[in-house]
Design a protein around this ligand. Structure first.
Ligand SMILES: Nc1ncnc2c1ncn2[C@@H]1O[C@H](COP(=O)(O)OP(=O)(O)OP(=O)(O)O)[C@@H](O)[C@H]1O
Ligand SMILES: [Mg+2]
Length: 460
């Protein structure tokens, strides 16, 4: 076991010698400083596990020394040494982040005990931080629900990309497919995870405001710049900046972004000074940037600069059984949130979920399940609980049928009706996975009528 290093900052020689004597065993190394300033210098240049700090020092107030220690090394454990007269200040010191205090005169045993407790607490704290970090890493990749081939590949790609710490990433995918979730997973798995993940949506902020949001501005840089403002590039320094809906960024701002990516420097609006920054850019879009380039709405050079690492998130409709996994995942979340006792989905409900085309992707599924959990109290969620507006409105059933072209010189009215009816019923049966009751429910006709039509139209 490596020995623990302790620093004693006290102007009384007796105290310094006394503490040194107490920690004679090989478990400790003790350094001493007789002034606040000397102590602070030692902390800047060495690693300490524990500091004993006198509250009354000739050159600086102990509280001031403590404040500076907390700036230099916020996690360093500090025990305040205080006389009877300054117990009040010791209490203050604890509020400011000191671990504990001990009154003069003290006994060796009391010092040993307080030291033992402090080091044990420190150890525990370290373990908790490590566990939290591990948990965070795990939950970030495991918070992306899905076992379909595409999602499994996506997750392993995210893990690789996270390691290439400063390369730019471009995430493409339909609205609601999980672009932001993926971006934050990349950040959390990367060595930048302790620093900020800053998100901004380029579509929701007017162009001139977006520029000052990103770059910041000096006081008086423009009419409304009453105070200095730090921009998001600076806030995200050391971390990740997620530029959502990058396809909506104006061409002039695109040029400025390109410059930042190339020079790794920014300049606040109204300033003449460059500021170096170290930020990983992750951009996302649900637009086809190639088309935007053809239409002169997106810069070709920026596209290639962003597109170093590319992730395309598949739409929910192509993820097969992941739809059910996600539905169950959201059901468990909302069941707890709204204190419901729902247990699962009926087979018919699952089939409806699987066959819907989910234009709003995972976000839409989440909303559907949330609403279902709020509105219903059944143990098993059935078609009528989830269906309501969402099944009737966007199912592919009605869309396909209108496309047909009939040659009226050949086909009779009867032929056309039969043809359309065949299509409607076949589609309903396929959406319902061959379940006749379910198809009848969807078409809102009695089951017997459907059976009759199936045999008349020769649909198996
Ligand atoms: N695979 C997934 N597992 C669990 N939750 C997911 C998954 N994909 C997306 N979500 C959730 O779905 C919602 C929408 O995801 P997100 O905001 O990341 O999508 P987006 O692509 O950024 O959407 P938009 O294009 O509208 O900005 C969020 O609540 C997110 O947590
Ligand atoms: Mg988003």
């Amino acid at each position: 076991m490596t020995s623990k290093r302790i620093l004693v900052i006290d102007d009384e020689e007796f105290i310094r010698v006394n503490l040194k004597d107490i920690f004679t065993s090989g478990k400790y190394t003790v350094d001493v400083a007789n002034l606040g300033k000397i102590g602070l210098e030692s902390i800047k240049s060495n690693h300490y596990d524990l500091v004993f700090l006198d509250i009354n020092l000739p050159d600086m107030n102990g509280i001031e020394v403590l404040k500076e220690i907390k700036i230099i090394e916020p996690d360093l454990f500090v025990i305040i040494i205080t006389g009877f007269a300054s117990v009040e200040s010791a209490v203050n010191a604890i509020k400011l982040g000191a671990y504990d205090y001990i009154k003069k005169p003290f006994k060796a045993d009391a010092i040993k005990l307080i030291t033992k407790l402090a080091l044990e607490t420190q150890n525990l704290k370290k373990k908790v931080i490590e566990l939290e970090k591990k948990q965070k890493e795990r939950s970030d990749i495991s918070s992306i629900i899905g076992f379909s081939d595409d999602i499994v590949k996506l997750k392993s790609y995210i893990e690789q990309i996270a390691k290439y710490d400063s390369e730019t990433v471009l995430i493409t995918g339909e609205s609601g497919s999980g672009k932001e979730l993926v971006a934050s997973a990349i950040h959390n798995l990367s060595p930048r995870s302790e620093k900020s993940f800053v998100e901004i949506n380029c579509a929701t902020i007017p162009e001139n405001l977006l520029e000052s949001e990103l770059f910041g501005h000096e006081k008086g840089a423009f009419t409304n710049a009453i105070n200095k403002k730090i921009g998001l590039f600076e806030i995200a320094d050391g971390g990740t900046l997620f530029l959502d809906e990058i396809g909506e960024m104006s061409l002039s701002l695109q040029a400025k972004l390109l410059r930042v990516l190339e020079n790794k420097k920014i300049r606040r609006l109204g300033s003449t000074k460059d500021i170096e920054i170290d930020v990983r850019i992750i951009a996302a879009t649900n637009k086809d940037l190639k088309i935007a380039i053809e239409n002169s709405l997106f810069r070709n050079d920026l596209y290639y600069r962003l597109n170093v690492l590319r992730i395309n998130i598949p739409p929910l409709r192509s993820r097969g059984n992941d739809i059910i996994l996600l539905a169950e995942y959201f059901m468990n979340i909302f069941k707890k949130k709204f204190s419901k006792s729902v247990q699962g989905f009926s087979d018919e409900a699952k089939s409806v979920l699987l066959n819907y085309n989910w234009p709003g992707n995972v976000r839409e599924l989440r909303n559907v399940i949330e609403r279902t959990c709020i509105l219903h109290n059944e143990q098993i969620i059935d078609v009528e609980h989830i269906a309501a507006d969402f099944i009737g409105s966007t199912r592919p059933l009605s869309l396909k049928i209108c496309d047909d072209d009939f040659d009226l010189t050949q086909a009779s009215y009867e032929d056309i009706v039969c043809n359309i009816e065949h299509k409607i019923i076949s589609k309903a049966i396929s959406i319902s996975d061959g379940n006749i009751s379910q198809a009848a429910k969807l078409l809102k006709i009695p089951r017997e009528t459907l059976r009759y039509k199936l045999s008349k139209l020769n649909i198996s």
